[in-house]
Each structure stands twice: as structure tokens, then as C-alpha cells.
Design a protein around this ligand. Structure first.
Ligand SMILES: Nc1ncnc2c1ncn2[C@@H]1O[C@H](COP(=O)(O)OP(=O)(O)OP(=O)(O)O)[C@@H](O)[C@H]1O
Ligand SMILES: [Mg+2]
Length: 409
């Protein structure tokens, strides 16, 4: 009988905490969702804790929610979040192959990845994961798995994810108070990519753009591997703030206005369409033009997609990713987002709903759940469950070889 494992994902967003408990089976790429929890986020923003008690409170609420639904006690979680406390960069490692046969072993691969990790990081940074992109053995480039090949020089190109030690430590302490420990931390957009992209898209060339509350995160894949990722400091909360200023309304009212009446296609809205704020607010009582609000929203979404385009230009991929753009994060649920993104980015664009799920599907069939579902898929594909932190940050990223091996077809 196929072995089953239960994994728990905890996506710590700036506006919502999301928990998913999923059962996975060996060699079956489907997540059976048995528990879902969600709570408004407070005391934590862009992955950085500002109020420990509040953060513990909202994370506990989401975990309890998921425990109740699944009937499972949660002890260990795969965690994702986004924000500037996580950064990514490329690195290269080179080693000489010793031994009589000059045959490359798993230990050599470990050594070359260690060499790639030997970069000087600022004191407060720690490497979370090293993702090998491709190897070279002597003059042979683009080697996917060098073990067993012969050569005298092994080189790797790797994508490195690093986090801010203090932010991670605080997160770990916070989770400790909720009674759970961290299995692994994965940047939310890399987790989301697992849920919304298929292998073919990753091979052809695709960018996943996760537009959250406090930030927009993107990751570009080519030939099956991530070639670039970054965090941009604008998200849905900036749209809400713009509406609050433009419509002279309280933040809560602006948020409701945005969700219930928002669009980023002002040209589709008639001048006379108006919203009476007394319908949605106790404090605001004036009339707002729907078209004007859509213009405000469009301007901010346009800016976000221009920033994405700038990043694609920086790596020479603007308008040239065959599998196009996959959008996720709750902010992309705004009507007209796909059309606007297509226009700015000049690429095919689609909304990324989590794929390969069964069980309580209706609760997670949402681009805002991409990271949480992706974390479970990430756990199944790459991560053997093990304690990563436990107040010992130095151990993060140990299982690189395991990770790499599972990337292979
Ligand atoms: N239906 C909707 N239409 C437009 N925007 C929406 C909708 N639902 C939620 N949002 C916006 O999405 C944002 C939250 O997105 P998401 O839940 O992906 O972020 P998060 O994970 O909490 O934050 P982050 O990942 O940035 O830390 C909020 O700004 C919210 O206003
Ligand atoms: Mg998020």
C-alpha cells in the first residue's frame, strides 16, 4: 500500500494567515486537503513580527481552525511568507574532482553546492535554500545530474535564498508559543509556483507573479528551474490606501469599496455609476464615483505590472516567456487584472488556481491559497520532514542534495 504522509502548511501573510493540512501519497502528485484554517493577520507584516502577542494570537486561531476541521493535532509546519526579509541571488561554485576514476559522486555534488554557498553574507543573513540550476562537467554545460559522470572539474550555477536571521528567529519563537515548530521556510512565491505551474510551463519559460497585500513577488522559470526571483514592495494594501485617499474614506471602508465595487478597467464603467458609502460604512456617508475609483485602482495595478516588466527587462525576458505569466495572491482577483497585465507585459496571462487538489477543494480553490497549497506540494516533492531550525539556524538548507535529486525527471 502506498505510504501516506500528512503535512501542514502555514502561510503567514500580511493580511491573512492561512493553514492547510494535506495528505499526500508516494508517487501520486495530488494533495488531499483535510483541514483549512484562516484568520486575519495582525502583529506581523511582510514576514516581520511587530507584536509578538498579536502574532501568536492570530496564528493560533488559524492553526486551531485547521485542527478542528482535520481532527489532527498540528506539531510541525512548513512556513511561507514574503517580504524583504527574504532575498535571492545567484551564485556559482567550482571544485576539482579527485579520485582515480574521476567519477563524480554525491559527495562531490554536496561539495560544489557548499562552494556555491560560500558567499560572504551580511552578518544578519542566513542561507535558507540553495537551488541548483545546472552543472558543468569540464567543457560539458547544462548537465542536470552529474553523479556518475567523469571529469576533473565540476561547476554549479545555483539560485540562493537567504533570510534575515533575526526575523526568522522571532518567527520561530512566535511559532514556539503557538506550540508548533518549523520544518522549513519557503519564500511564498516559490511555494506558490509549485501549486500553480506545471512542469511544461517551467520548461518552456514562465513567470509566476504573486501579488499579496504588502508586496509582489515574482519568480521566473526556464528549463525546469528557477532562474530569477525578487520581491517588489507594492501590493494590495497600497491600492486600498490609494482609494482611502482618493475617496476620502476610512481604510476599512476603502477595503470594502475595493473588494465589492473595484475594477481596474475604468473604461468599462459609465460616468453615472456611483456608490453610496452609507451602504457599506457607519462612519462614511458620501457618494463615490465607481469610474474614478477604478481609475485609482488601475493606476496602482499598472504600476505593479510595470515594475514586473522592468524586472523581466533586467533579465532580458520582457515579452519573451513562451508560457507567459501566471498571477496569484488575492490581489489578482480584482476584475480586469488579467487584461491589464496582458496589455502591460505583452505576454499571455492567466490566473493561477492551485492545481492537483482533492478533498476540501472549495475552501482553497482560490489564487490566495496558492502558497499554502504549494507548500504541501513542496513538502511532498522536495522536503523530507525534519526539524530545520529549533533555535539552530545554521542547519537550514542541509538537504540540498535531496532537494536536487527530486527535481530530476
Ligand atoms: N476579491 C478581491 N479583489 C481584489 N483584491 C482583493 C480581493 N480579495 C482580497 N484582496 C486583496 O488582496 C490582498 C491580500 O492578498 P493576500 O491574501 O494574497 O496577501 P497576504 O498573503 O496576506 O500578504 P503578503 O503575502 O503580501 O504578506 C489585500 O490587499 C486584499 O485587499
Ligand atoms: Mg501572501
Amino acid at each position: 500500500m502506498a505510504q501516506q504522509k500528512i503535512f501542514t502548511a502555514l502561510d503567514i501573510g500580511s493580511s491573512r494567515i492561512r493553514v492547510v493540512v494535506g495528505i499526500v501519497e508516494d508517487k501520486r502528485p495530488i494533495v488531499n486537503v483535510i483541514g483549512v484554517g484562516s484568520a486575519p493577520s495582525s502583529g506581523i507584516r511582510r514576514g516581520v513580527i511587530s507584536d509578538m502577542d498579536e502574532a501568536v494570537g492570530c496564528i493560533s486561531a488559524a492553526l486551531e481552525d485547521a485542527e478542528r476541521m482535520s481532527g489532527e493535532a498540528i506539531h510541525r509546519v512548513f512556513v511561507s511568507f514574503s517580504g524583504p526579509s527574504i532575498e535571492t541571488f545567484d551564485s556559482r561554485g567550482v571544485i576539482a574532482i579527485s579520485g582515480n576514476s574521476s567519477e563524480i559522486t554525491e559527495e562531490d555534488v554536496d561539495r560544489v553546492l557548499d562552494a556555491a554557498r560560500a558567499v560572504s553574507l551580511p552578518a544578519n543573513r542566513v542561507i535558507l535554500r540553495t537551488i541548483p540550476r545546472s552543472f558543468s562537467v569540464d567543457a560539458q554545460h547544462h548537465v542536470k545530474y552529474p553523479v556518475g559522470m567523469s571529469g576533473i572539474r565540476l561547476e554549479v550555477e545555483a539560485h540562493i535564498i537567504a533570510g534575515q536571521k533575526s526575523a526568522i528567529r522571532n518567527l520561530e519563537k512566535c511559532l514556539y508559543q503557538t506550540g508548533v515548530s518549523i520544518e522549513e521556510i519557503v519564500p511564498s512565491h516559490l511555494a506558490a509556483a509549485e501549486a500553480v505551474l506545471d512542469r511544461k510551463q517551467k520548461e518552456l519559460g514562465v513567470v509566476v507573479v504573486e501579488v499579496g497585500s504588502g508586496s509582489t513577488n515574482m519568480a521566473v522559470f526556464e528549463e525546469g528551474a528557477v532562474i530569477y526571483s525578487c520581491v517588489l514592495p507594492i501590493g494590495g494594501e497600497h491600492v486600498t490606501n490609494d482609494i482611502a485617499i482618493g475617496a476620502r474614506a476610512a481604510i476599512d471602508t476603502a477595503e470594502k469599496l475595493k473588494i465589492e465595487y473595484g475594477s481596474c478597467q475604468p473604461n468599462d464603467i459609465a460616468e453615472r455609476e456611483e456608490i453610496d458609502l452609507t451602504q457599506i460604512s457607519r462612519t462614511d456617508a458620501h457618494i463615490v464615483s465607481k469610474k474614478q475609483m477604478a481609475s485609482i485602482i488601475e493606476a496602482r495595478y499598472h504600476e505593479i505590472f510595470l515594475m514586473v516588466r522592468d524586472e523581466l527587462e533586467r533579465i532580458d525576458r520582457a515579452g519573451s516567456l513562451p508560457a507567459g505569466v501566471v498571477l496569484c495572491g488575492s490581489t489578482v482577483k480584482m476584475p480586469g487584472t488579467v487584461e491589464l497585465a496582458r496589455e502591460v507585459l505583452q505576454l499571455p496571462v492567466q490566473i493561477g488556481f492551485p492545481r492537483d487538489i482533492e478533498g476540501i477543494v472549495d475552501r482553497v480553490d482560490d489564487p490566495g491559497f496558492a502558497s499554502a497549497i504549494g507548500l504541501i506540494q513542496f513538502a511532498q516533492r522536495y522536503g523530507a520532514p525534519r526539524a530545520l531550525l529549533n533555535f539552530n539556524i545554521g542547519r537550514i538548507g542541509d538537504s540540498v542534495l535531496e532537494f536536487f535529486k527530486r527535481l530530476l525527471p
